[in-house]
Each structure stands twice: as C-alpha cells, then as structure tokens.
Design a protein. Structure first.
Ligand SMILES: *[C@@H]1O[C@H](CO)[C@@H](O)[C@H](O)[C@H]1NC(C)=O
Ligand SMILES: *[C@@H]1O[C@H](CO)[C@@H](O)[C@H](O)[C@H]1NC(C)=O
Length: 395
C-alpha cells in the first residue's frame, strides 16, 4: 500500500537555453492540481499523469480551432498568442520528446486515426505531420479493428507497458482519434543497493500509520533543500551518467497536506527547482524512498473543464473548423500512465487518447439500456401509460 504518496514528476534538467518551457509547466502543474482534486472525490489513490502529452495533443487541436474554443485553449494551454510562436514552442517540445539521449531512453510518438470519409483539412494533416504525427486512414465503423490498431500502436510505443488503452465499445461513433504515447526508461545516476531495501511503515500527513512499503536506502550526493514558497522539502535524484533528467520528490512540510502543496505548486513559479541546485560539490545525503509502481487511468475531461477548457467538449459549442467541415467535438479524453520506480531506476509510460465525434452522430439516441416510457396525449400532455423497460427479451 502506498497511500497518500501522490507527487512524482519527471523534469527535464537542462532545458535548451533558447526555449522557455515555463508556460507549459504552468499548465502541467495546474492540471496535476485539478486531476488530484477531481480524483479526491473518489477517495485516496496513487495518481500519475503525463501533462506534456495532454498539452501536445490539445496544442495541435488549437491550431484547427476558432472562436471561443481557440481562446480557451490559448489561455489555458498558455500558448503564445501568435501562431508562429505557438508552433515554435510545440516543435521544441516535440523535438525534445523525440530526440536521442545517451543513457536515457525517451520516446514520444503521436498518431491520428481518422475516417476516410470525413474531410480532414489537408492543412490540419500538414500541421500534424510537422510534429511527426503518424496518420492512419481507418474505417471507424469497424471498432474491433480500430481498437486493435490503436492498442497495437500504443503497445509498441510504450514497449509493452500499456497494452489495453482503449476498449472497442468506447470507440463507437468516433470520427477522429488522436493518440499520444510517451515512454521513459532510465537508470539512476546513483542506484540503490537492493540488499538495503526493508519493509517499513508509511504514514499520512498527520503521522498516522496507513500501511507499509519497501523502503530503498542509499547515501549519495543529491540536490536537496527546503522550498518555503511551496511548503515542501525537495530532493532531486538524477538519471544516467550525464544527469540530463531527474526526478524531484516533494515532501510537504509537516502539517501541510498534499492538496495544499499542489495548489502552491500550481500558483508559484518553478524557481525553487533552481534554488535547491547546489553549485560545485554536492554533499552526500541519506535517502529513503519507497519502491513503487503506479498504474492509473484518468478521465481528462473533468480536470480540463475545471481548468477552463470547456467548449471543445461541448457538442453545440465546439469550434474546430480548421480540422474538418464536419462539426467535431471531443467526446472522450483519457490517459493511462504506468510508472515503476525501483533500486535500478525508473520506467514510465503514458498513453493519451482523445476521441472526436461529429455532432450528427453525437445526437444519436440508442435505447440499448433500461429506460422509462410514457404515453401521453400531446395537446394536454396527459399521461395515459407509463412504464419501465429493464428486462430484455426477444419478442
Ligand atoms: C541499467 O542498469 C542495468 C542493471 O544495473 C544494466 O543492465 C543496464 O544496462 C543499465 N542501463 C543503462 C541504459 O545504462
Ligand atoms: C473488421 O476488420 C477485420 C480485420 O480487417 C475483419 O476481419 C472484419 O471482418 C471486419 N469487420 C467488419 C464488421 O467489417
């Protein structure tokens, strides 16, 4: 059990000097905050998201949007208002996720599965292609094949970590499906010695024991310090010999809840990351971190709606004229994340799937589950018969 252990994220340690990713990080931390808040309604659980994957997909859709839909995306994805700057930021993100690193494996893949009969504008396909999106023309009515194709794509892209991202029944009526997959695998710069791992208690923020974990231990040089502005003690553990990537672990100050920490993170600049970096010789520190594994699936629509991205999910209000002449809206958006942290290092995979329906199909009525019926006289609305149908039979 690993309850109340909520915050894990990977950060790029040495961002290319010319591109400022802070708008993207702002979006990411707000999304984490809203995802946690939404999830909290269903009780505590371990949670992991890949916000950059979400950002990347929705930034592409922003290029095909207009009106209110465009304005909401620009504001909440923190996109620069001119298209060229947006494309530059998107391209820089894309290049980073798709480039080769010496001793860290990072692999970003994106794909678009679309209905051949739907007129996807060539400009939108070009935009997608410029971010190295693979384009597949498919028959969306054959949901068996479509589910297989999407799951196969994601399975390959995540080295088998995520195998059943979509179910056939959730693909019905979709006209366009966007997929983003991310895979990360790296060894710690300073691995843990597994003979030192012990089962130990795990506590909630009020100090009550709530379970136990396999606690790893080592003494190694790590950046470490208090970040008062977010009310947390921060440890940075790097990956690989070149230390190009790292994991930050943020332990809230005693008495500070995860919820408070997340809202602090969402509201503050990331300058604390640089503040805890020590110049020169980094002193060694005793580190205890649990071995853990998180597999989570998030519905992205509610947290994105809380964030302020709303009309794109609305059958009546979505404006995506740059994608297609058909009136499309997003009817599903989900993300699977699988993270494993061990003595050796970390393997993390994410798959984001966004499904778009068109309005005409969106208004289909299918009484294929229990329903109530009324028979009325139309002028007076007098109900003559009323009933419930819930036990199916072939008559
Ligand atoms: C990571 O560590 C394992 C075991 O120590 C080793 O077999 C593997 O080659 C390492 N991977 C890299 C990329 O260094
Ligand atoms: C769906 O596609 C598969 C594989 O191409 C094919 O075998 C199957 O007959 C198709 N089903 C329908 C209903 O078209």
């Amino acid at each position: 059990m690993l309850k109340a252990f909520a915050i894990v994220f990977l950060s790029y340690a040495f961002a290319a000097p010319t591109v400022d990713f802070s708008p993207l990080n702002e979006f990411s931390l707000q999304l984490l905050d809203h995802t946690y808040t939404y999830q909290e309604n269903f009780g505590k659980s371990n949670k992991a998201i890949s916000p950059v994957s979400v950002w990347s997909l929705f930034s592409l859709l922003a290029e095909g949007s207009s009106g209110q839909t465009f304005q909401e995306l620009v504001k909440e994805l923190r996109l620069p208002t001119d298209l060229r700057a947006t494309q530059a930021l998107h391209l820089a993100t894309n290049n980073l996720l798709k480039s080769d690193f010496q001793d860290v494996l990072l692999k970003g893949k994106s794909a678009m599965f679309s209905d051949c009969s739907l007129q996807i504008h060539p400009e939108f396909c070009e935009a997608a292609t410029s971010y190295s999106t693979d384009i597949y023309s498919v028959d969306p009515k054959n949901t068996t094949k479509l589910a297989h194709d999407i799951n196969y794509y994601i399975c390959l892209a995540t080295e088998g970590r995520i195998t059943h991202a979509v179910q056939e029944e959730n693909l019905e009526n979709l006209r366009l499906i966007l997929v983003d997959a991310l895979y990360f695998k790296a060894n710690w710069t300073y691995p843990f010695d597994s003979t030192q791992t012990r089962e130990e208690a795990f506590y909630d923020y009020q100090g009550k024991t709530i379970g136990s974990v396999n606690m790893m231990y080592h003494k190694a040089p790590h950046n470490f310090g208090d970040a008062n502005e977010i009310q947390a003690t921060v440890l940075e553990m790097t990956y690989g010999k070149n230390e190009e990537f790292s994991m930050h672990l943020l332990l809230p100050f005693e008495g500070t809840s995860i919820k408070k920490l997340l809202s602090n993170l969402a509201a503050q600049p990331l300058s604390w990351i640089n503040d805890i970096r020590i110049e020169g010789d980094i002193p060694e520190i005793d580190v205890y971190v649990p071995r853990f594994k998180i597999s989570s699936k998030s519905d992205l629509i509610p947290p994105l709606q809380y964030l302020g991205i709303q009309s794109i999910f609305d059958v009546q209000r979505a404006e995506l004229p740059g994608v297609s002449d058909s009136p499309l809206f997003i009817s599903s958006a989900a993300q699977n994340v699988d993270i494993e942290v061990t003595e050796e290092g970390t393997v993390a995979a994410a798959a984001t799937v966004v499904g778009l329906q068109d309005r005409i199909l969106g208004q289909r009525f299918e009484a294929n589950r229990d329903f109530v019926f009324l028979i009325t006289e139309r002028k007076s609305n007098l109900i003559l018969f009323a009933g419930v149908y819930e036990e199916p039979s072939v008559v």
